[in-house]
Design a protein around this ligand. Structure first.
Ligand code: FES
Length: 380
């Protein structure tokens, strides 16, 4: 009886609260906060929409990988970032601005520069341009830093098992360098998979970190080379169990296939999603061999029809045709490109699309492939 009375009183309080809240909302500003408000100036300092940078230095890491050291064109310091975050680089080619997310590989301690490390992608327009054409002194626009692929003590365990495929080492390198600089406090065990020893990026520095830093352990896994020193084969269930001493959060970074492969292993090992962070990338450009469809893109003021192949994402088709759609991560995580599917069928290669998005026909063009002619409405 007593419980019932209390819950009725609670309901009454809640009803009154809802009325109060509506009154507060009615009396609030409807105009956006003007630029001159101090808080907006502060936001602009930490998160400028565009940053002009210059390529200060280029380092050859492996035969097909280079690190580009970017410095601000206008200021001493760049905005602070978290180890594991990425920036979006604008690359203008043939009058089209291509936007590419690249993880920062440098330490969070030094914000006078961002280092991004780029590996050549087979047939990749932008990676080939970056590796072949870009020289020291060239200028670019970048955006960010962005991303949730970073260690957060309240959410993650302090022991991290980083499962890395190929150039997925870049955000993990930022974590390792930050730990060494005492700017990040966690224990990092790295399982770094590559085809052969000569393709391992940052090998010399990783070996030094392994030797001299108690919080870091580095283990190489070579898939196409026999070795008595390193693990060989693929990063699989038995290898994860060998290095997983428990109490770990798992940070996965590598190509799309690698992400799917590990997701299956995590399911077999019953590892809850809350302990898994992931970041992945496409390591080859679409071959445009599969069936061609048409993509109709509706924006506020126009409707554009362009060709789109079954093995390219809707975002890639739009980009190629000069349609600037909102985008950041290009892996279906940030939600920035979220668009309404008006008609047609698409498939996606990620399994973390929100149920509410599915129910209301929203898709992420950056990870959606056409299965028929498709019409989407961009949400800006
Ligand atoms: S660009 Fe981030 S979800 Fe598509």
């Amino acid at each position: 009886m007593k419980v019932g009375l209390n819950s009725n009183l609670d309901m009454l309080k809640f009803k009154n609260l809802a009325k109060e809240r509506e009154k507060a909302i009615d009396s609030s500003f409807i105009d956006p906060i003007k630029y001159e408000y101090k808080v907006n100036k502060l936001v602009e300092v930490f998160h400028p929409k565009k940053i002009r940078v210059v390529v200060d230095k280029i380092k050859q890491e492996t035969i097909d990988t280079k690190t580009f050291i970017l410095k601000s064109k206008d200021k001493e310091e760049l905005p602070p970032f978290k180890a594991g975050q990425y920036i979006v680089l604008d690359v203008k080619l043939n009058q089209v601005v291509y936007k590419r997310p690249y993880s920062i590989s440098s330490s969070i301690k030094d914000t006078t520069k961002y280092e991004i490390t780029i590996k050549r992608v087979r047939n990749g327009l932008i990676s080939n341009y970056m590796l072949n054409e870009v020289k020291e002194g060239m200028e670019f626009i970048i955006h960010g830093p962005f991303g949730e692929f970073n260690y957060q003590p309240l959410r993650d365990k302090e022991n991290i098992l980083a499962l890395v495929g190929g150039s997925g080492i870049t955000p993990i390198m930022s974590m390792a360098r930050s730990i060494k600089d005492k700017a990040l406090d966690c224990n990092l065990t790295i399982l770094y998979g590559e085809k052969s020893e000569k393709e391992l990026i940052f090998k010399k520095e990783l070996d030094e970190l392994n030797k001299n830093c108690d919080q870091i352990s580095v283990n190489y896994v070579l898939s196409e080379e026999e070795s008595n020193i390193y693990e060989t084969g693929l990063i699989d269930k038995s290898l994860i169990m060998k290095y997983d001493i428990g109490a770990y959060s798992y940070f996965v970074c590598g190509p799309t296939m690698f992400y799917h492969h590990l997701n299956n292993i995590f399911k077999e090992l019953d590892i809850p999603n809350k302990y898994i962070r992931h970041d992945f990338y496409k390591n080859e450009e679409p071959m445009l061999k599969h069936e061609e469809h048409y993509l109709t893109v509706i924006t506020d003021d126009k409707e554009i029809k362009i060709p789109c192949y079954e093995d390219e994402t809707l975002m890639e088709a739009m980009e190629k045709n000069g349609i600037e759609a909102p985008q950041k991560c290009l892996i279906g995580v940030c939600g920035f490109c979220r668009s309404k599917l008006i008609n047609g069928k698409v498939k996606t290669d990620v399994d973390y699309v929100r149920v509410s998005d599915k129910n209301h026909n929203y898709i992420h063009p950056c990870v959606s492939y056409p299965l028929s002619d498709v019409t989407i409405k961009l949400c800006k």
